[in-house]
Design a protein around this ligand. Sequence first.
Ligand SMILES: Nc1ncnc2c1ncn2[C@@H]1O[C@H](COP(=O)(O)OP(=O)(O)OP(=O)(O)O)[C@@H](O)[C@H]1O
Ligand SMILES: [Mg+2]
Length: 248
Amino acid sequence: MIELQNLTKRFETPKGTFHALDQVSLSIEDGDIFGIIGISGAGKSTLIRCINLLERPEAGKILIDGNDITQYSERQLRTLRRNIGMVFQQFHLLMQLTILENVMLPMQIAGVPKANQRKKALELLELVGLLEQKDKYPAQLSGGQQQRVSIARALANDPKVLLCDEPTSALDPLTTSSVLHLLKDIHEKLGVTIVIITHQIEVVQKICNRMAVIDHAVIAEQGDVQTIFQNPQAQITKQLLGRVSWHV
Ligand SMILES: Nc1ncnc2c1ncn2[C@@H]1O[C@H](COP(=O)(O)OP(=O)(O)OP(=O)(O)O)[C@@H](O)[C@H]1O
Ligand SMILES: [Mg+2]
């Protein structure tokens, strides 16, 4: 279980202090597919980057299975990050490595023996439907295929949690659908908890069981997807659901 308690993140800018997260509290249960939705600049990426401390909040606690990771040493953090896979909008694959080598890389960094790296990477490429492309380079694949590789790579060290920052925002609607299908499939087969950031309400609707809405650095609303879709409370949620005009 991941619990964020009163997270505050500020950035110093030439124009003064900017609050990217303001007293953000959230709880994500094991096995959730948890959607975090908000418009551009709301603080979504900052929030997801706090979950593995790529971004360090000035105040608040991040409890993972009851342990406050803001108190972890660098060494403990390295171990923790191995248990948390990350998927990005722009894939972030290494272009000079083959697909297979890209998926092996996190295992290489973790010190897994070479033969095991290869075996596991081949299994993962099969899981994401790209086994036959294993010797190609990322530039030879479509965007949707590259995102599949980056999902396979994120699963390389058997993480318990997969953090996805706008995984489908660079993809067309059909490819989006197939990547969401894949994430759901992985959730069912591997039982990983998935946190997915998006500005697309369809993404939440299609695969999430729980959700939070973030607006100008604060959580506007959180709960079961069905409940929120049936009876949205916050104005921003109603806007995202298309129930009211943006220009009221
Ligand atoms: N390193 C930084 N320095 C200064 N301001 C920052 C920094 N990182 C983010 N911000 C600001 O914090 C706010 C939230 O940024 P964040 O990237 O979390 O938004 P987002 O919801 O992910 O937006 P998008 O949908 O465009 O990706 C933005 O206004 C952004 O300009
Ligand atoms: Mg973002």
